[in-house]
Design a binder for this molecule. Sequence first.
Ligand SMILES: *Cc1c(COP(=O)(O)O)cnc(C)c1O
Length: 409
Amino acid sequence: MPRMSPTHKHGIRTRAIHAGEKIDPTSGAAAPNLVMSSTFVLSPDVAERGFGVSVESASDIPYLYARWGNPTARQLEEKIANLEGAEDCLTFGTGMAAATGLMLHLLQAGDHLVVSEISYVGVAEFVRNNLPRMGVQVTAVDTADLDAVRSALRPNTKLVYVETPANPVMRLTDIAGCARLAHAAGALLAVDSTFATPIATLPLALGADFVMHSLTKYLCGHGDAMGGSVAGRAKDLLALRMDSGVHLGATLSPFNAWLILRGMDTLPIRMAAHEQAALHVARFLEAHPAVKRVLYPGLPSHPQHALAKQQMQNFSGMLSFQIKGDALAMARRMARDLKVFHYAVSLGHQRSLIVFLNTAEVNKQSFQLDGAALARLQAEAGQGLFRVSIGLEDAEDLCADLASVLDAG
Ligand SMILES: *Cc1c(COP(=O)(O)O)cnc(C)c1O
């Protein structure tokens, strides 16, 4: 029934729209079907086998029960796999479920994890607080420094987990370099590519074993559905589906899958617009007298701009900045006076978002860094960072909105 099954011969815009999507054979509906059913009527062949469903047999039964898989979520999984150049993909209820599902699947007591010292706060808290309770050893290192990664690896290192660009300081990790080090030590590499999206970076092509996304961000793109995904090799994904979907139950709602599928159709053109506006705002901020420092991988002032040019085909729409004056008073003024930006957490939406992250508070709660690691964070973040997600509004309106609060400060 599908007229085309987009391959890598097709361009990224064509694949973002058509990959994974199936025309409904009974109605001919062109848009993906939203299938809410939690159970599926089984064929006589399946009936004859009885109820036992193993990892091996689960793959040849189309649908059984929605915790195993769902036809709407499946179309989304095939679309993400296509864009990431992956054999397969599994979706989750949130990005955190994807991250923790992957770690709980791969790690057991006695194993060692190497993780970016700066990462999404939920991940930072989980690896520092929850994994050690289960007997997993964790080393947080500056993964921007490959020598630090090399010296952190141990004979029992099972997984290296990096986030690039890292939230909120926009630190990059050299994925190809990390993959070589991890594999030489017998470990796997997983990359949280939420800030980059498959439009900017293809971690699997650079040697990573798994690529993870919070679909809540750019892939959905409209701030109205939460989801997560992990893509990689088919055999790894089947085992992950049994652990995370079937046993942890971290399944994506079909309705959210349907919203995210629709959002992804425009991912390539949205990312081009996010990047263009972010560059405009980043240059405006860098020239503003109230601003101390701007962190954006697309600016020549970014300490890893060379790596950004090599590893990112799009610099994305995320930037952070420090101001010279009282940041707490500025945060208050922004929440009160900004007209276009919403003062809110999250990112990757069509609406621009800004939020202040107090360095001491975030470090105490999440990163728990000290010594040289804390000094690195303080050099990037100072008293605190304003983390900005540039949406799809007119860049001039965004600059004028920021000027209205910065000029007064
Ligand atoms: C938001 C985010 C997550 C967590 O995703 P949720 O969908 O909010 O659970 C993980 N990693 C990064 C980089 C994120 O920005």
